[in-house]
Design a protein. Structure first.
Length: 101
């Protein structure tokens, strides 16, 4: 699923066709709902500040590698999140698994 806002680029036939051709299901948020994308907007603002504003990449491959490192190495394994009692997502998940088990 690819969820987006009501922006014209996301409502176009070309976007919808490309998404479906890639095996994705296009989904749109409701109009005028400020809470609809709040979590992902917050996430992308952190990516912007912590990664994208700090460097420029020459190729898309370099950017893709930087995004992978940011998400898989830094964001999930090292970055502490206030919403997770200052644990990393990996630590939080491991703690939840222990509680359930």
């Amino acid at each position: 699923m690819i969820h987006s806002d009501q922006g014209t680029q996301f409502t176009s036939w070309a976007f919808t066709h490309r998404a479906k051709a890639s095996g994705l299901v296009p989904s749109m948020g409701s109009i005028g709902d400020c809470y609809d994308n709040a979590m992902i907007e917050s996430f992308w603002s952190r990516v912007q500040v912590e990664l994208l504003d700090r460097q420029r990449w020459v190729t898309r491959v370099e950017l893709a590698n930087a995004m992978f490192e940011y998400l898989e190495i830094f964001h999930n394994r090292h970055r502490r999140h206030s919403a997770l009692q200052m644990l990393t997502p990996i630590e939080f998940e491991q703690r939840q698994v222990r509680i359930v088990a």
